[in-house]
Design a protein around this ligand. Sequence first.
Ligand code: AMP
Ligand code: ZN
Length: 299
Amino acid sequence: MRCKICGEKPVIYMKHHRLALCGKDFISWFERYTERTIKEFRMFKKEDKILVAVSGGKDSLALWYVLSKLGYKADGLYIDLGIGEYSRTSYEKVKGMAEKIGRKLIVKKLSEDVLPLPDLINLSGREACSLCGVLKRYNFNKVAVEYGYSVVATGHNLDDEASSLLANVINWNVKYLGKKEPVLKEEEGFVRKVKPLCKFMEKETALYCLLNDIDFIEEECPFSEDASTIFYKHILNDIEERFPGTKMRFYLEYVKKIKPLFEKVIKGKTPELKRCNICGQPSPSDICPVCKLKERVLK
Ligand code: AMP
Ligand code: ZN
């Protein structure tokens, strides 16, 4: 097999694209493909102020790097969850990238706002990943609004998106099926949320990091015991191995053809959003779930 562009020895063969590429041509393909995805879903323009949520993992670091290389005005936001050594190492990786590309990094410490995540898990008795997800999404939006960013970009890749879609389909979580997409449009109190890497497989973002000397954290979060996500990813990989291209089709056909149907179903069923009396963020009730949690645990 040879690189399709230059004929040199390839570093990757992407079955679903029927494309073999050498390192240099993979990097430029990855960047063109990201740009194309941004345009395809009308995610943002060169003049938009973008806030990239960076965890220190391969996907979000690759995203921040590629957006800055493509000339977008993209700053970083790191939420320090206060998970001991894991959070310290993640922060070092994120800081390393901010220095590499010379962009601003905003750090939000959960411990300064409420308490570190491990304490919150103990006190609230809630499941770690769901609690963490709520706090992260809340802070992505809050910080973006406070600092005047119009878009928040996250590093979700095709494996993340297709596996959570599969989980939601298997369980018929109709509420989520109307929401999963590469772009969540801005609405009253919410900035736009985008996923520019949603058409890349995990191994492609990992290779992009490797080829660009991007130092990312490889350890999994010590609280992430969400075995079901890993299980669904394995199943999709098995299907993909047998029928290349299925993962991409499953996700994109859903986004283009199926999701609009679910949107109609959930329209009118979602409660009107008010503003939280304490923090001012959009909320289904007078006090938002995060402020309620804060009040409860700080008592
Ligand atoms: P996860 O929920 O861990 O699968 O992460 C999904 C995306 O959320 C990542 O690609 C990042 O863009 C973002 N993210 C996760 N954890 C953090 C964090 N601690 N700080 C900022 N962004 C994060
Ligand atoms: Zn609130």
